[in-house]
Ligand binder design. Structure first.
Ligand SMILES: [Ca+2]
Ligand SMILES: [Ca+2]
Length: 174
């Protein structure tokens, strides 16, 4: 009897030590009025009802043009809890010509200026919308995370690189 009680207590301790309490999820597919939520930088913008979206009616686009600087879109999302969270950011990207092989930089930072991670993501022209996932963004407490998707011009020829984006999610487990 005594042994059973100890075993049960150990099991409960393990459970509370490893289980997540929940998930906070934010998603935005550029529907409605994307310019009110997303910032478009340089030659970037939104397709509204043009039939280019992965889901819904709208998507974003990025176009490299050295004369105008590197294009990007970014969004700020309030997330976190009173404690640690581990977040995953995902978007789907569609390379529109054979010079468009990548999202040159995905940048995850927060409103306080802390940089969590940057990454490069390869894309394959002709594959349609492909997922780009940033895992293991570890935050402490409530944060306003900023996620930016940026193209850089690699001088690959006339009309540069074109990429569309859709279906952004930010999921934080706590
Ligand atoms: Ca959409
Ligand atoms: Ca590039």
């Amino acid at each position: 009897m005594k042994i059973t009680a100890i075993a049960l207590a150990t099991a409960l301790l393990l459970f509370t030590g490893t289980a997540h309490a929940g998930v906070r999820q934010f998603q935005d597919g550029f529907e409605g009025s994307p310019a009110t939520k997303w910032r478009a930088i340089n030659h970037a913008g939104f397709d509204i009802n043009l039939g280019n979206a992965r889901t819904g009616q709208n998507n974003a686009w990025l176009h490299t043009d050295r004369a105008l600087g590197n294009p990007a879109v970014d969004i700020e999302v309030a997330t976190g809890t009173n404690g640690p969270s581990t977040c995953t950011a995902r978007v789907y990207a569609n390379a529109l010509n054979n010079r468009s092989t990548e999202i040159d930089r995905v940048v995850v930072s927060d409103s306080e200026g802390h940089l969590y991670t940057t990454m490069h993501a390869w894309l394959t022209y002709g594959s349609g919308y492909e997922p780009i996932t940033v895992n293991n963004i570890n935050i402490q407490g409530y944060k306003t995370l900023r996620v930016r998707y940026e193209l850089q011009d690699n001088n690959r020829g006339f009309d540069g690189e074109w990429v569309r984006l859709d279906d952004f999610t930010l999921q934080c487990a706590y």
